[in-house]
Design a protein. Sequence first.
Length: 115
Amino acid sequence: EQVEQAGGGLVQLGGSLRLSCTLSGFTFSALNIRWFRQAPGKERELVAKINNSGGDETYADSVKGRFTCSVDHVKKTVYLQMNNLESEDTALYLCNVRQFGGDYWGPGTQVTVSS
């Protein structure tokens, strides 16, 4: 099982980015996908989560109304759409997948918001 990430980069304040988390080697069922972020000097923060059916969708208060998760079953990819980005959103974003007791992490993708 592998978790691949893409979509980070440099964006201006107020801009948008879409991160992707592509699963390979997984049966696309009974999956819980979580997005974390890690900023320098700060604790890792759970940003959002969703399951493979698109349910159990939850967001941290800091991103609620600006970030949205979605699932593409054909591509076996989960997306994190990030709008109206703020400087506090600058961080390394990590995709975490849980299935049948297993815990899998993507390599992370850097998001930097410039003012």
